[in-house]
Design a protein around this ligand. Structure first.
Ligand SMILES: [Zn+2]
Length: 53
């Protein structure tokens, strides 16, 4: 598997690896550093999806 970096789009921290805090949206997987960031994304995913592009 290729090495990938994952960005937490809520707090904008780079993650070294996949985490358990994952949300699947529009066929993409988004990883978060904590359940708190995951919750924020789920509540306001439209906003964050715009930021990621
Ligand atoms: Zn985070």
């Amino acid at each position: 598997m290729p090495v990938k970096k994952f960005k937490d789009v809520v707090c904008r921290k780079w993650l070294q690896r996949e985490t358990k805090n994952v949300v699947e949206k529009e066929g993409r997987k988004f990883f978060f550093c904590s359940p708190a960031c995951k919750e924020k994304f789920e509540k306001d995913s439209e906003k964050y999806l715009k930021l990621v592009g």
